[in-house]
Ligand binder design. Structure first.
Ligand SMILES: [Zn+2]
Length: 245
């Protein structure tokens, strides 16, 4: 399976990187977007991704750099890409209401328009493994304030397991979330500074053997960690990076 980091940045554009957005290409069915941060429509164009090839967008948590691109994505689907295929959006509890608020704030009237495609908005319950669109998704609870539960997502599709941490400080829940995953994408914010709501590279490295993922890639790095990439022993994402797993 192939994944491309369309955006690997933090909320602040550190290193000139786009907000979080990963594109998972599947051979048997539509592609999956994992998070859709505010800058994601630009990133989608930059890396030449066809928005109509995406059948599901999964959202880890309700921060603008992780879901704020959806109003643009939905407007593009309607006005530019002229989408007709159904689209599923899935996120934590509270996702539907928050998305409507953001859409109306950014493009007044955009929640009320008639669309030529079916839009399904799903709210994922903690620890509940749900199947849709050829995916099985299980959310785990992270420690990251967003006014709604912030999730790590364990995603099973086409015989592979991909876990994405979302944003979080170290929590034991990351162990079952990422256990034996084929690919574990985890945020790492600072090199070794321990802070609330984000994990540092050093703490993450210490816990990786407990998780046992086959491959780990760090993302969402601060300017400080980007400047210390030479000291990192793990793979680090960059915008445009393609991973086969
Ligand atoms: Zn966040």
């Amino acid at each position: 399976m192939r994944l491309q980091f369309l955006g690997s940045g933090d909320a602040f554009g550190s290193g000139g990187r786009f907000n979080t957005c990963f594109h998972l290409e599947r051979s048997q069915q539509g592609n999956v977007l994992i998070d859709c941060g505010a800058s994601s429509m630009v990133a989608i164009r930059k890396w030449g991704v066809d928005p109509n090839s995406i059948s599901t967008v999964l959202v880890s948590h309700l921060h603008g750099d992780h879901f704020g691109g959806l109003p643009f994505f939905l407007l593009d689907a309607q006005l530019v890409s002229r989408r007709t295929a159904p689209l599923v959006l899935a996120g934590p509890p509270g996702f539907r209401e928050r998305l409507m608020v953001v859409m109306e704030a950014m493009f007044a009237g955009s929640t009320k328009v008639e669309r030529k495609f079916a839009l399904e908005i799903r709210e994922l319950e903690l620890h509940e493994r749900v199947e849709f669109d050829g995916l099985a998704v299980t959310p785990y609870l992270m420690k990251h304030y967003s006014g709604a539960p912030s999730y790590a997502l364990r995603i099973e599709t086409e015989d592979k397991v991909l876990t994405y941490s979302g944003d979080t400080e170290w929590v034991e829940e990351l162990i079952p979330a990422g256990r034996d995953a084929d690919l574990f994408i985890c945020e790492a914010y600072f090199f070794d500074k321990v802070m609330k709501y984000h994990i540092d590279y050093t703490t993450l490295s210490r816990h990786l053997p407990e998780i046992g993922a086959k491959r780990t890639i760090v993302t969402h790095m601060s300017a400080e960690l980007l400047g210390r990439q030479g000291e990192i022993a793990l793979e680090a994402a960059h915008d445009g990076m393609v991973v086969d797993f």
